[in-house]
Write a protein that binds this ligand. Structure first.
Ligand code: ADP
Ligand code: MG
Length: 265
């Protein structure tokens, strides 16, 4: 099980008059195995939301729950994938993936089986002994995702994981994540500011206001996907042309544009 709940969550950084309110009364329930994307203006508090679920940051008010229990610290039930792949440069692909398992005290055989299946899952089998600097950005991010998956976490937290990739690699990774998410469902909290990416990947999309971030609206993409019979294996460019997809995308862009300061970049 891997449900996530934000209950009346505020976050203030700093204190007194120097304090900055980053999040204001966030309420959001993510069901077990649901894929929710959060989109919102830069600085609205998306990363802060994710860091609170990860256990890196505490709420100033309200509570963040995983499986109904307040989050107090990081734990093996939650894995994080960042935009900057955060691999260890002096370790090989295999060693980087194994690192996720270092606290688990598994028998060697079991550990190598888990690593082998994560390598297979992310099509990394031909690169097991390579070092990160020998890999493209896309391959490095595959390693980071494999490292998260090898833990078999209930909750996968992804903070703009494809933000640093070139457009073509990004599309390949989006399609692979869809495949992964449909075949091996996990609870996913996915942060992005790419509207199409959110609509393509997620079951629901939460739109945030600018700072102090609030949840402005939550769209049920899965309902549309099922009603309109989007092929779950379709390529992104084929889905993007569908009227129902265009409608959702336009709706989100309008909602983002309504935010004061939209033009200030
Ligand atoms: N550790 C921190 N100390 C002070 N302010 C912070 C800290 N982390 C984030 N903030 C501020 O909180 C706001 C939200 O940040 P963040 O969650 O990173 O936004 P986003 O991911 O949506 O761009 C921003 O104004 C940011 O400057
Ligand atoms: Mg961020």
């Amino acid at each position: 099980m891997g449900s996530i709940s934000f209950r009346n969550v505020d976050k203030v950084f700093g204190q007194g008059t120097g304090g900055v309110k980053a999040l204001d009364d966030i309420n959001l329930d993510i069901a077990d195995k649901e894929f929710v994307a959060i989109v919102g203006p830069s600085g609205c508090g998306k990363t802060t939301c994710l860091r609170m679920v990860a256990g890196f940051e505490a709420a100033s008010a309200g509570s963040v729950l995983v499986n109904g229990r307040p989050v107090t610290a990081p734990g093996p039930d939650r894995a994080v994938v960042f935009q900057q792949f955060a691999l260890f440069p002096w370790k090989t692909v295999r060693e980087n993936i194994e690192l996720g398992l270092r606290n688990k005290n598994l028998p060697v055989g079991e550990r190598s089986d888990l690593v082998a299946s994560a390598l297979k899952l992310m099509n990394l089998e031909t690169h097991v002994d390579a070092f990160p600097h020998q890999l493209s950005g896309g391959m490095q991010q595959r390693v980071a995702i494999a490292r998260a998956y090898v833990l078999d976490p209930e909750v996968l937290l992804m903070d703009e994981p494809f933000g640093a990739l070139d457009a073509q690699t990004r599309v390949v990774m989006q399609e692979e994540l869809v495949r992964l998410a449909r075949h091996n469902p996990r609870t996913v909290l996915f942060i992005t500011h790419a509207v199409e990416e959110a609509v393509y990947l997620a079951d629901r999309v939460a739109i945030m206001t600018r700072r102090p971030g609030r949840i402005k609206e939550v769209l049920d993409i899965k309902a549309v996907r099922e009603r309109e019979k989007w092929d779950s294996h379709a390529r992104i460019e084929d889905v993007m042309d569908l009227e129902s997809f265009v409608h959702l995308r336009t709706h989100i862009w309008k909602s983002l544009r309504e935010e004061k300061g939209f033009k200030d970049v």
